[in-house]
Design a protein around this ligand. Structure first.
Ligand SMILES: O=C(O)CCC(=O)C(=O)O
Ligand SMILES: [Fe+2]
Length: 333
């Protein structure tokens, strides 16, 4: 791999040789995928109990029958790869003065790429953060980024459509008392994070991304269809999510857990390092509007900006996210 394309702090992974493919990792791919499958077309069917069961038991599922053209998914993955393969400085410069944020390491801990607490606090990942609603408001000087921006604007229409349908399917099933017509899902808030996880033969070095739950309502992940990395916690076991092309992985976030009064759980997941291949993922997150108060019986009323601020404060002060527990009733913040 070309280490010049990596931010300096990630270049420690450089070794004298490229690792040959690891037979163990390849074998892994033969196992059946453990994640339950949900058909997007059937999400709104009245007699479909599966969505409800899967949200309760798993908090994560594989989405099929999504009607996103495979060519769009392939193009996105290819352009992302091309973007990451540019020199580090070009990526950094290209994002300056735009709403796109280029980051590496754990963003909240190390916005500048420096590692105050040493390498143990570092997630081995670089990425671009793109607020989708702002993509049409600027141009990029970097042709690859410009093509990527265009493609993402098209992608946005699809992920918004999928998020709305999944959300409506879930809300319908729960028969929640959702206080009138209030919706906790606002596609205006949609953001995409595109990641590259470097390969490392020294797996002990750390995580691509440490175990966490997402703060979103829903997250829709378009994963590398060749390389494993994502693991999900189910009944105290970490399971490997298989790379399967033309599907998405959807996971419920903390906000969904709160509005369901803990009936549904936000799925805990992490990304492990791959020994012989780098890995790309394109992840969409959607939230409530900033002024929407999240009301439930288990948690004190809160808005998403309040939740986000608390998460940032905890990461800054204690090094990790506490999340919903901070907002439990009868709990001092
Ligand atoms: O890259 C992945 O597969 C997952 C990323 C993730 O969990 C996140 O960004 O919250
Ligand atoms: Fe996540």
């Amino acid at each position: 791999m070309n280490m010049e394309t990596y931010p300096p702090v990630l270049r420690q992974l450089s070794h004298n040789h490229i690792n040959p493919p690891d037979p163990d990792e390849e074998d892994d791919l033969q196992d059946p995928d453990p994640v339950p499958i949900i058909d997007l077309e059937k999400c709104l069917d009245k007699d479909n109990k599966k969505l409800e069961e899967v949200c309760k038991d798993w908090g994560i599922f594989r989405l099929v029958n999504h009607e996103v053209p495979l060519t769009l998914l392939t193009q996105l993955q290819e352009l992302a790869k091309e973007l990451f393969s540019m020199p580090f400085e070009s990526k950094e410069t290209a994002c300056k003065g735009t709403p796109i944020n280029y980051f590496w390491g754990t963003p909240a801990l190390t916005p500048s790429g420096k590692t105050p607490g040493g390498a143990q606090n570092l997630n081995w990942v670089e990425g671009f953060y793109l607020p989708l609603s702002q993509l049409s408001h600027f141009n990029s000087q970097l042709p690859t980024l410009e093509s990527f921006r265009y493609l993402l604007m098209e992608y946005e229409r699809h992920v918004s459509r999928m998020a709305i349908r999944i959300y409506e399917g879930i809300v319908k099933k729960l028969e929640w008392n959702l206080k009138g017509t209030k919706s906790y899902l606002s596609t205006k808030t949609g953001t995409v994070r595109v990641y590259r996880y470097p390969q490392s033969h020294d797996i002990k070095i750390g995580w691509g991304m440490e175990a966490h739950t997402d703060s979103s309502v829903l997250s829709i992940l378009n994963l590398d269809d060749q390389v494993t990395g994502l693991e999900v916690l189910k009944d105290d076991h970490w399971l490997t999510v298989k790379p399967i092309s033309n599907t998405f992985i959807v996971n419920l976030g903390d906000i969904m857990q709160a509005i369901s009064d803990d009936k549904y759980k936000s799925a805990r997941h992490r990304v492990k390092m791959n020994k012989s291949k780098e890995r790309i993922s394109i992840c969409y997150f959607v939230f409530p509007d900033d002024d929407v108060v999240i009301e439930s019986s288990k948690y004190k009323p809160f808005t998403y900006p309040e939740f986000k601020a608390q998460v940032h404060e905890d990461i800054k002060n204690i090094g990790y996210k506490i999340g919903l527990r901070r907002f439990q009733q009868n709990q001092d913040a």
